[in-house]
Design a protein around this ligand. Structure first.
Ligand SMILES: Nc1ncnc2c1ncn2[C@@H]1O[C@H](COP(=O)(O)OP(=O)(O)OP(=O)(O)O)[C@@H](O)[C@H]1O
Ligand SMILES: CC(=O)N[C@H]1[C@@H]2OC[C@@H](O2)[C@@H](O)[C@@H]1O[C@H](C)C(=O)O
Length: 375
């Protein structure tokens, strides 16, 4: 029997499509099982930093503003990672500015080799490019980690050892159906995952444009409004929802959405965007191998009661925040990239046919060492 590898203390770092800041979280893992979770921290981007990052949305390396945005990304991560001297390796996702897996590729900004020198520790980064090169979507990558979370929660007797769905609501939404009775996340039938549709990004954009604030705090505005059922129905006709998974999305893929709610009051527009999120998830759930009994919600969307109420009303199953099974919904993605970093160090696959649609298991990620040796 394989004795497995040693447990490593990794720091995972994620700055997602909401462009609000950087999450960092410690995790102990051998790249398969979770040995334990550690402390975490968050560093918000300042108004000026966020403005530079937003200006680089949709752009590719070499285009105007990208070098500056990449530097802000690296420096922000270096600043936060210094508070975690106990981490043996750092998993650095980088900032996604553009994602076109069947076109120009996928663009996560921030130089991991430079970060490894900053931190004097190995950094694993550029997690998505190899998957795209091999014909996959390059996203989502958290699903194998969601399998490990279900395995961990079952081990702690916080969940039955049975299939469960994780729903991440960040800027974009993604769902992972995972079966912790499988022996590994890459095993046949262990996972099915894909992006569901827009999540907080269009709502944040609406709040920025119309109210000059970053988000609809507590869903207060959406809760005052009424969703326009016609707009929601029209939106759900989009061919993305008919596409069989695996499938992934760019943050700004649904560029029609702001125009579709342009004639609505602020409150009705916010309520409509919330209904769009729930409707997209419901459309996605239909692709899962079996209807899940429970959907465990992580990401910022679970802190918006309007979204949680809409999900509860729309989905054919129980809806709970991941905290219900002892996990930290704000840090799950950061933990995922710590766990994935250890997988990369140990030569284990980070994605495959069931998560990104790559033709076979993909060992993605690049390793940079502080004094220059790289893979
Ligand atoms: N208290 C709150 N009230 C309303 N919305 C909230 C609240 N807290 C977080 N959010 C929403 O969650 C978003 C951030 O979510 P999260 O940090 O999961 O996104 P991300 O990781 O950047 O995105 P992705 O997962 O797409 O990469 C915010 O932009 C906001 O829209
Ligand atoms: C290209 C990219 O950065 N995609 C993100 C984004 O944010 C949510 C969703 O879209 C998901 O596909 C992915 O992030 C998570 C961490 C993932 O790869 O699982």
């Amino acid at each position: 029997m394989d004795k497995g590898k040693a447990m490593i203390r990794a720091l995972g770092m994620m700055s997602g499509t909401s462009l609000d800041g950087v999450d960092a979280a410690l995790i102990e893992t051998d790249g398969v099982r979770i040995g334990g979770f550690g402390r975490s921290a968050y560093r918000a981007y300042s108004g000026n930093e966020a403005a530079v990052l937003h200006a680089a949305r949709g752009r590719w390396p070499g285009e105007p503003g990208v070098a500056e945005a990449a530097e802000i990304t690296r420096a922000g991560h270096a600043d936060l990672a210094k508070a975690f001297p106990e981490a043996e390796v750092v998993g650095f996702h980088g900032q996604t500015f553009a994602h076109e897996p069947r076109g120009r590729g996928t663009h996560q900004a921030g130089d991991g080799a430079h970060l490894a020198r900053d931190l004097d520790r190995p950094v694993v980064w550029d997690f998505r490019s190899e998957d795209v090169r091999q014909g996959g979507e390059g996203a989502p990558l958290a699903p194998f980690f969601h399998w490990a979370c279900a395995d961990w929660a079952a081990g702690q007797r916080l969940l039955p050892r049975a299939p469960v769905a994780f729903l991440n609501l960040g800027g974009v939404g993604n769902v992972s159906w995972v079966d912790p009775t499988a022996e590994a996340p890459e095993a046949e039938g262990a996972c099915l995952a894909f992006d569901t549709g827009p999540a907080n990004a269009p709502l944040d954009d609406l709040m920025r444009t119309r109210r000059d604030v970053a988000r609809d705090e507590g869903g207060a505005l959406a809760r005052q409004g009424h969703a326009d059922a016609g707009v929601v129905e029209q939106f759900l006709q989009h061919r993305f929802f008919e596409r069989k998974p695996p499938k992934s999305l760019d943050r700004d893929e649904f560029s029609d959405l702001p125009r579709m709610v342009a004639g609505l009051s602020d409150a009705d527009a916010a309520a409509t965007l919330v209904a769009v999120i729930a409707g997209s998830v419901a459309a996605g759930i239909r692709w899962l191998p079996a209807p899940p009994e429970t959907v465990l919600v992580c990401g910022g969307g679970r802190s918006n009661p309007a979204i949680m109420e809409a999900l509860t009303a729309t989905l054919p199953c129980e809806v709970q925040p991941v905290e219900a099974v002892g996990l930290d919904g704000d840090m799950l993605e950061a933990q995922a990239f710590g766990w994935l970093a250890v997988r990369v160090l140990n030569g284990l696959p980070t994605s495959g046919p069931s998560t990104t649609g790559a033709p076979g298991p993909v060992c993605g990620g690049r390793i940079s060492h502080p004094r220059g040796l790289s893979r």
